[in-house]
Design a protein around this ligand. Structure first.
Ligand code: HEM
Length: 426
């Protein structure tokens, strides 16, 4: 704690953020916090107050530029909070135009085809560790699958897909400030401009909003991060819940609990983006009776708002009134939410189907969590399982549709070769 500011960074917060939210809530629906060393901010913990902020872009705009100039360049949260001309940092007509193009492009995705691709990709990833009897389901699975989903919907050929995946992982790890992913996405946009296909990047470029290549690059980079990092957390948190939480663990093998309900529980109790929805009021403003300073970040605690006792008393199964996907004009676009739920469901179902006798390799309280204010998810999820028996191939080979669904050494071409090279660190 710095003076009366509570730290949303460091091991203490990572160990038990809900205890922190509960304590802060005693003093009201907003709280002074620190999101990185010497970087003050205000956190909104009340559900009603979160909606008030998210639905009032005039008083709570998204543009961080008046703030970011005064923040040291090496500040760890700066790469995620610095201005980029994408829809998350814009308001008014500029936001409406770009968000419209992104939403329309996402709405054109053939979700049936995507589901098949997700199942194949999930199986391919599981194949790579299934015979080991152990795995880290974050590093070897949850961290990778959503990125491969995004490169698929963007129509990236394997070589560019690999560059996007490694660029995005470097960005998430705070390694290169996002330079790698920018270059890879620019290459993809240029190739789709000259040779369009049935994919989100081509649809974005063809949209009536008339995006320039540069605008398209910024929106696609946004899709790569907004479309994958929260999903990584959702998958990891749901697998953890099913493995560890006593309320759910008993249902794992019996399968009586639909995976969709477990996803909803996570979206309520440990939303993948814990604290974000950042806005920068240009003048002092009141939220929940407390003054919020001008030109300082105001973060919505999606985790805090979801667990606000004023709203969280009722049953959660089938109840989607949580704010895990945000609210107001910047809420996660509806087609993106659909893709997110589908990817999360397929990812979790494939693990449960393929590795039914899964158990954690470490006690629940020994799990390490991601640090920092934004994301709530285990940093790793080590598991043990009996290796499934090797698949016996009929000597004439499986019928054609099944053959397409059996990734593995036989399919070391194209995407699988790329995935495999990348997984081998090549
Ligand atoms: C579990 C998965 C996901 C969660 C929890 C999530 C959550 C959110 C939240 C809370 C916001 C609002 C942030 C703000 O107010 O600043 C948001 C915005 C956004 N999300 Fe998602 N998201 C998920 C998956 C996805 C996916 C799969 C895509 C695309 C493929 C996507 C694309 C976007 C975009 C483009 C925005 C910006 C919208 C705007 O500013 O107008 N999200 N998401």
């Amino acid at each position: 704690m710095t003076e009366d500011r509570t730290r949303l960074h460091g091991p203490e917060f990572a160990a038990d953020p809900h205890a922190v939210y509960q304590r802060l809530r005693q003093a009201g629906p907003t709280a002074p916090v620190e999101i990185a060393p010497d970087v003050p901010a205000t956190l909104v913990l009340g559900y009603a107050e979160a909606l008030q902020v998210l639905r009032d872009p005039a008083n709570f705009p998204k543009d961080p530029r008046a703030w970011q100039g005064g923040v040291p360049q090496n500040c760890p949260v700066l790469p995620r909070m610095s201005y980029r001309p994408n829809c998350t940092f814009l308001d008014g007509p500029a936001h409406t135009r770009l968000r419209g193009a992104v939403t329309d492009a996402l709405a054109r995705i053939d979700t049936r085809e995507l589901r098949t691709h997700l199942e194949e990709t999930a199986d391919a990833l599981i194949d790579r560790f299934a015979s080991d009897g152990k795995a880290d389901l974050v590093e070897q699975y949850a961290r990778v699958l959503p990125l491969l989903m995004v490169t698929r919907i963007c129509g990236a050929p394997p070589v560019i897909s690999e560059k996007i995946v490694s660029g995005a992982l470097a960005l998430f790890d705070g390694v290169d400030g996002g330079r790698g992913i920018d270059t890879a996405v620019a290459e993809l946009v240029a190739s789709k401009r000259s040779d369009p296909g049935p994919d989100v990047v081509s649809w974005l470029l063809a949209h009536q909003a008339g995006l320039t290549d540069d605008e398209a690059v910024h929106q696609v980079v946004l899709l790569c991060s907004a479309g994958s990092e929260p999903l990584q957390n959702l998958i990891a948190n749901t697998l953890r819940l099913l493995l560890i939480d006593e309320r759910f663990a008993g249902d794992l093998s019996g399968g009586s609990l639909p995976v969709a309900d477990a996803l909803d529980e996570v979206l309520w109790s440990d939303p993948p983006i814990a604290n974000r929805g950042t806005v920068f009021p240009p003048r002092e403003v009141q939220v929940g009776g407390n003054p919020v300073p001008a030109d300082q970040p105001l973060l919505i605690s999606f985790a805090g708002a979801n667990t606000d006792p004023a709203v969280s008393a009722g049953g959660r199964v089938g109840n989607r009134a949580h704010v895990a996907f945000g609210a107001g004009r910047h809420a996660c676009p509806t087609p993106a939410q659909r893709i997110a739920r589908m990817t999360g469901t397929v990812a979790v179902e494939r693990v449960l189907d393929r590795l039914p006798d899964l158990e954690t390799a470490v006690p629940a309280d020994a799990l390490e969590w991601k640090s920092g204010p934004f994301h709530r998810a285990p940093a790793s999820l080590p598991v043990l399982f009996p290796p499934p028996p090797k698949q016996i191939q009929p000597w004439l080979g499986p019928p054609a549709p099944l053959a397409r669904r059996l990734p593995g050494p036989r399919e070391e071409t194209g995407r699988w070769a790329a995935l495999s090279r990348w997984l081998r660190g090549g």
